[in-house]
Design a protein around this ligand. Structure first.
Ligand SMILES: NC(=O)c1ccc[n+]([C@@H]2O[C@H](COP(=O)([O-])OP(=O)(O)OC[C@H]3O[C@@H](n4cnc5c(N)ncnc54)[C@H](O)[C@@H]3O)[C@@H](O)[C@H]2O)c1
Ligand SMILES: [Zn+2]
Length: 366
């Protein structure tokens, strides 16, 4: 049994399958969608000896090309990309081949960008193996590598042909990575689905402890929500930006810490709290809603403050400068996703810098 979602993007529609028997049937998916076209599996080295990779090889056949990639954000680099192209050339991969991106967001973003550009584009399938990639990065077609000027600055919108989410791949995922994914999961409830947030208040712990039924329901709701948003705004000219709730603050913190000291999930969970606080102080959102979010974060042990994680004092002015480096910033005007309550996020353009600076100073920065 699996759940199916249609991503109805004009010109590039595709389906997402979610379940526990997905890898076991990967050969059937391949035959149905790609007949006897040759396949290449690009995978995270951490999965080298995993049962999942063995299952894929068994099902897709020994003649499947396998390309391991080092784990971690460093692999979203020009060097890894060019090594990957060379690997594809020497394996005689051509436009009739199909790439399977098997790993977390790093593998999905790198392989997706390679697929978008290799021979001007070949088909690829996302097979995400982290909670974050299963609810976020594998859907929507954003692909990218990093540059020394910033994260994800070199990339393309390039939709996969299929997304195959096997919940069993999360069995080996460490709890810290489950929490990173959970921070992104809450976002879907907070932006436009209060009912989902309420469900998470009750079932969030089961999601983190990998209860399969809860996971399947939650991943389905997130993918459905992302699919709906992407369908309306594929290239992020409008509503897709709502998915950045907490991210303008979060990315600024990550940049100021040189992407060390804390995880992306921790940075954005603090970012989400700040977005709610700023909304409350701007009289847009009720304090009760902030308290409710705060309580849930505490229960799940998501951080609500970040100053102490830097282990040094961070200045409000530096946070604001870092926020301006965000690629979503236009003409230096800071744009934030704010809320009128739980499930009521909106895009606030041209944030008043003085007000923001005062707010940051009142919230633990200098
Ligand atoms: N394209 C998009 O729309 C989009 C959206 C959000 C994030 N991203 C990108 O996604 C990346 C983050 O994704 P991520 O959190 O999946 O990171 P990741 O791919 O680095 O995976 C996190 C860690 O888990 C390990 N891992 C992966 N699968 C595993 C498994 N099944 N069992 C045990 N360990 C496993 C990895 O080796 C890594 O150490 C970032 O580069 C971010 O920019 C992209
Ligand atoms: Zn994120």
């Amino acid at each position: 049994m699996s759940k199916v979602i249609k991503v109805n993007i004009k010109n590039n529609p595709y389906k997402i399958f979610i379940g526990t028997e997905i890898l076991n049937n990967i050969d059937k998916f391949h035959r149905e969608y790609f007949n006897d076209r040759s396949k290449i599996v690009i995978y995270d080295k951490i999965l080298n000896n995993s049962v999942y990779l063995k299952q894929i090889i068994k099902k897709l056949g020994k003649n499947t090309n396998l390309i391991p990639i080092n784990s971690g954000e460093k692999s979203k680099s020009k060097k890894s990309l060019y090594d990957l192209y060379n690997n594809l050339f020497s394996n005689n991969v051509d436009r009739s081949s199909v790439i399977y991106a098997f790993g977390g967001g790093v593998i999905g973003d790198l392989s997706g960008f390679a697929a978008a550009t290799y021979m001007r584009g070949i088909d690829y399938v996302q097979v995400p193996t982290t909670l974050l990639s299963q609810i976020d990065s594998s859907v929507g077609g954003k692909t990218a590598i990093n540059s020394s000027f910033g994260k994800n600055l070199i990339g393309a919108f390039y939709q996969p042909k299929l997304v195959l989410i096997d919940l069993n791949t999360l069995d080996s995922l460490p709890k810290s990575q489950m929490i990173v994914g959970y921070a992104e999961m809450i976002k879907y409830g907070l932006i436009n689905n209060k009912k989902f947030f309420e469900w998470l208040e009750i079932n969030g712990k089961n999601v983190i402890s990998k209860n399969k039924k809860s996971l399947e329901k939650a991943i389905y709701i997130c993918c459905k929500s992302k699919a709906d948003i992407v369908k309306k705004d594929e290239k992020e000219n409008g509503q897709r930006a709502l998915l950045n709730l907490g991210h303008t603050f979060g990315h600024a913190f990550e940049r100021l810490a040189n992407f060390k000291k804390f995880s992306h999930g921790e940075a954005i969970s603090v970012g989400i709290i700040l977005a709610f606080k700023f909304s409350c102080e701007s009289k847009l959102c009720k304090k009760d809603d902030l308290s409710r979010v705060y309580n849930h974060f505490n229960e799940i042990k998501l951080p609500c403050e970040i100053g102490h994680l830097f282990k040094k004092n961070i200045k409000a002015v530096d946070i604001i400068s870092s926020m301006k480096l965000d690629k979503k910033t236009i003409n230096s005007a800071i744009k934030l996703i704010l809320v009128k309550g739980i499930g009521k996020a909106f895009i606030a353009d041209k944030i008043n810098e003085k007000k923001l600076s005062l707010f940051l100073k009142n919230n633990g920065f200098f």
